[in-house]
Design a protein around this ligand. Structure first.
Ligand code: NAD
Length: 241
């Protein structure tokens, strides 16, 4: 049954949970004990920049200490296999700000909500890799202004690369959503776009997401088990023909 060519994979905080990075709205609307409005909106940043900079300084520390788990590694393996020629396209669209997909071996990764290890200069617009702290107001390496903020897409801001994402979804024949609650738009609407494009849709999650009924199939369990099993199925030649 393996006529799959073009794959789009959407990942969310659930894929990194077993690497020790906490998910977002684990039923309480809090992220690491902070209300979302406080740490993930432009208004929250305007109100208390020091608190928000400290919050993301800590996320940067946590990201660097975390290790990819079996789910990230399986997607890395799939990406490398799929790049070998006889297959079609593959794109991993992640809502995560960690770099565990890349460290798990994946190359074609798009961070639609920005990256924890990146800073954005609000004076000159430069985006620079950043592993240290921002709370001390370091100068932008490009223009020297002390105007760096986390390169994170907050609620009310425009996610990155939407055109590229919608083009990939329109051309895919398999759409897989992994470890995302389906609560945050526009990502939560991708499954409908994929169905409209005629793609098969599969959800891998610990529990059913809000949009679960929109998927052709849902498999429930931890990502570190479900994702390697799914990748094995997809790559196993006995499954073809
Ligand atoms: P979410 O926190 O809203 O939902 C997490 C989902 O993961 C839930 O559906 C839950 O059932 C599932 N889940 C939890 N543990 C799992 C496991 N072991 N295996 C499989 N699934 C599991 O996450 P979201 O939908 O990605 O939205 C949260 C937003 O918060 C994102 O946009 C992101 O920018 C940000 N965020 C990022 C990180 C990160 O980078 N690791 C962490 C927290 C929040």
């Amino acid at each position: 049954m393996n006529a799959v060519r073009n794959i789009v994979i959407l990942t969310g905080a659930g894929i990194s949970a077993e690497s020790g990075l906490r998910t977002f709205r684990a039923d309480d609307g809090l992220w690491e004990d902070h209300p979302i409005e406080q740490v993930a909106t432009p208004e929250g940043f305007a109100r208390d920049p020091d608190l928000v900079q400290r919050f993301y300084d800590q996320r940067r520390t946590d990201i660097r200490a975390a290790r990819p788990n079996a789910a990230h590694e399986a997607l890395g393996r799939l990406d490398q296999e799929w790049a070998k020629g006889e297959h079609g396209d593959l794109l991993i669209v992640t809502q995560n700000i960690d770099d565990l997909h890349e460290r798990g071996g994946a190359r074609r990764v798009l961070h639609m909500h920005g990256e924890g290890l990146s800073a954005w200069c609000t004076a000159c617009g430069a985006r620079v890799r950043w592993e240290g702290t921002l709370r001390d107001g370091p100068p932008c390496p490009s223009c020297g202004a002390a105007a760096l903020r986390p390169d994170i897409v907050w609620f009310g801001e425009m996610p990155y690369a939407m055109e590229r994402i919608f083009a990939a979804i329109a051309a895919c024949d398999l759409f897989v959503s992994i470890g995302t609650s389906g609560a945050v738009y526009p990502a939560a609407g991708f499954v409908q776009e994929a169905s409209r494009a005629g793609a098969r849709t599969l959800e891998l999650n610990l529990e059913r997401s809000l949009g679960s009924a929109m998927f052709d199939e849902t498999r429930l369990g931890p990502a570190s088990e479900l994702v390697p099993a799914w990748v094995d199925d997809l790559l196993d030649p006995r499954e073809t023909g």
